[in-house]
Design a protein around this ligand. Structure first.
Ligand code: PLP
Length: 394
């Protein structure tokens, strides 16, 4: 085998794999509804598109930028961060990356030595564990006992902490559960990180997408001491409907940020210049489209949540943010006569033409993830198909 051991050990993204399977069926002309991807269905707002077109016609998009991103975009990120969460960072404390995903990848490369441990609470976004492995770190998965949306407790963190614990990943709002940590919970976890000098990789990419009165708090906003431990991940993909543009950013300790810049300088040179101009407009231009899209997600959540919850055997807590439902389908799977969630998910795709992602890739094998970042009619049709499928099988 000529493929490296490192890559042999890699598990490809479950989400992208299921999405690809759904696309294959679509290519055969089958009417598949795919609720797999974490991708808003809205087009990037017009004023952002326009800024990108302008950058192309002005000629500025033709060239490389600094590998850590354009200065004016970094300033735009600092201003947006100050406006959104009330926290001030300096220019050498921010790096622009090729999506938040590469921000995380290069952060783990810059932060971890072999054997360094990273605590990753389950259910987790599919890429953290694999990215830690690629950086030769050790991913310590934590499966919270709490039935309440899987939030971690201090006792659980403490039980997993060791001398080698370098970082904790905390995603709030969470992909896949949609859980949002309260200020009090975050303060407790932040103080724990300060006490033990552990970095918290705070993935706040869904920070603008909270619903039904829930308030989002950034870990970086909880005082200077906690802020020092925080490596803040964000980007334009979700809130600005810009997944294809690939712009994310990391904020935090100047040395680690410089390390990420060094990785990027050898890996990507710079995030696409045209996308940086688009992101600059997104972050510094009018913000009303963000709220419009948030309201659309909120409406979809409020319509779709009770329908999914009412499916036979399904257990589901109402999410407070992001755009996913993550129901426990253990009983449903058994009711339909399948031995595991993946077989249920495969049959649902092949027979009912609804694509969802099995929970195993997120560290919660009894669950499935449905993205509700699609229009209401499609969502209702998907649930109808699921209902028929379950009734037929049980
Ligand atoms: N973090 C979380 C929790 C996500 O769900 C995603 C996207 O699915 C990302 C990071 C990466 O976002 P992007 O690379 O599109 O900026």
């Amino acid at each position: 085998m000529s493929v490296s051991k490192r890559v042999q050990q890699l598990t490809p993204s479950a989400t992208l794999a299921t999405a690809a399977k759904a696309q294959q069926l679509k290519d055969q002309g089958i009417d598949v509804i795919s609720l797999t991807l974490g991708e808003p269905d809205f087009h990037t707002p017009k004023h952002i598109q326009q800024a990108a077109i302008q950058a192309i016609t002005d000629g500025v998009a033709s060239f490389y930028t600094a590998s850590t991103g354009m200065k004016q975009l970094k300033q735009g990120i600092l201003d947006r961060t100050k406006a959104d969460i009330g926290v001030a960072y300096e220019l050498d404390e921010v790096v622009v990356t090729h999506g938040a995903k590469f921000g995380l990848y290069s952060l783990f490369q810059a932060l971890l030595d072999p054997e360094d441990e990273v605590i990753i609470p389950a259910p987790y976004w599919v890429s953290y564990v694999e990215q830690v492995k690629l950086a030769e770190g050790v991913a310590k998965k934590l499966v919270p006992k709490s039935a309440h949306q899987f939030k971690v407790t201090l006792a659980e963190l403490e039980a997993l902490r060791s001398e080698k614990t370098k970082a904790l990943v905390l995603t709030s709002p969470s992909n896949p559960t949609g859980a949002v940590y309260t200020k009090e919970e975050l303060v407790d976890i932040g103080q724990w990180a300060v006490r033990h000098n552990i970095y918290i990789i705070a993935d706040e990419i869904y920070g603008k997408l909270v619903y039904n009165g829930m308030v989002f708090h950034s870990l970086a906003s909880l005082g200077e001491q906690i802020k020092k431990q925080i490596l803040l991940i964000n980007g334009v993909s979700k809130a600005y409907s810009m997944t294809g543009w690939r712009i994310g950013y990391v904020l935090g300790d100047q040395e680690i940020i410089a390390g990420i810049g060094a990785v990027a300088s050898q890996a990507t040179s710079n995030p696409a210049t045209v996308s940086q101009y688009a992101a600059l407009e997104a972050l510094t231009g009018p913000q009303d489209k963000v709220e419009e899209m948030r309201l659309a997600f909120e409406e979809r959540l409020n319509v779709i949540y009770p329908l999914v919850k009412a499916l036979p055997g399904v257990k589901l807590t109402k999410p407070e943010g992001a755009f996913y439902l993550f129901p426990d389908v253990k009983e449903t799977v058994a009711l339909c006569g399948y031995s595991d969630t993946q077989s249920f998910v495969d049959a649902l795709l092949e027979e009912a033409h609804v694509a969802v992602v099995a929970g195993a890739g997120f560290g919660a094998p009894d669950h499935i993830r449905l993205s509700y970042a699609t229009d209401l009619e499609t969502l209702k049709e998907a649930v109808k198909r699921m209902q028929h499928f379950i009734e037929k099988k049980s």
